[in-house]
Design a protein around this ligand. Sequence first.
Ligand SMILES: *Cc1c(COP(=O)(O)O)cnc(C)c1O
Length: 374
Amino acid sequence: MTDDVPTKDYARQYGPLWPELGPALERVFRGDAPVLGRAVREFEDAWAAMHGSRHCVGVGNGTDALALTLRAWGVGPGDEVVTCAHTFVATVTAIAMAGARPVLVDAEPESMLLDLHRVAAAVTDRTRALIPVHLYGRVVDPVPLRSLAERHGLRVLEDAAQAHGALGADLRLAGTIGDAGAFSFHPSKNLGAFGDAGAVLTDDDELAERLRVLRNLGKLDKYTVRALSPNSKLDTLQAVVLNTKLPHLDRWNRRRAELAGRYAVGLEGVGDLQLPEPGGGVHAWHLYVVRTGRRDALREFLRQRGVGSGIHYPIPPHLQSYDPRLGKVDLGYRAGDFPIAERLAETIVSLPLGHELRDDEIDRVIDTVREFFG
Ligand SMILES: *Cc1c(COP(=O)(O)O)cnc(C)c1O
């Protein structure tokens, strides 16, 4: 039995980093502050500098990065925020956490991203913000996005959780296209901490200042409280992990692109497979998501041959069965409301992709997929 081709292998990812990471962690334990230590500011400064942004505010996770930004903008009960029906649930969660109503718009079938042509019909006089999700690492087309937002007077909060280092068609980095960009550094992302972490990028001084208060229990300083707000700070140890990994991000993303290119060549014209289109700009290849009408059979075939795969995501947020004992959720949508998103959920499959994977492993995935389709 040969080794599995994994969708994620953290031990393999951390092996080569350990000579840098070990001493960096020791330095922190010996001399930095456990909460909001120097390492946090160091990462915030580096992430802001890489993006040419005035501010980066580190928070506990990507969901809070979205929710706290909405809150800092004064978005709350009675307000509506528009986002894509085809996304990780956290985008929708964040809108609900802010107290606003999530208004969903179907995906555009080719890009699998928010269909900008459908947004205008979803805007009402209560709509305050638009959250484009750069899903899988592909950036929502920035020029029509910005003109749409301007036309309707909406703030744009990018969900860039899957798009670290990706460029839009205007060659601006994901997270700098709208009024603010929210990132997750969940371990699975292109730049991942060893645990939860997130950040917000913005050029807006006022927003950054509010976020620094909102992430810290609403505290202006040690004893002055200006809001009843969550405790959601970027952890010092996670910042050390991120500082150690950041210099490698560009190389890792190029490796992902190389492997995506290998899939594109090896899987061209195979069965009914629909391969992902990179779009304009530079794709971050967080996930390599193909589509097939025989998705479940393909996954089972891969599994039996030691090839990992995933589905991102099998149940769209509007079709989950929410338990009322865990909180009231009424998105107000039914099956059939977002046919593209629903069809995607049934046909998508994510093939193994990560900078730590070898060429021969990708080739093994390709060969196994080809074998399945005969
Ligand atoms: C990961 C992710 C989030 C949430 O990030 P967490 O750090 O897990 O809270 C939000 N949106 C998208 C698209 C994501 O992939």
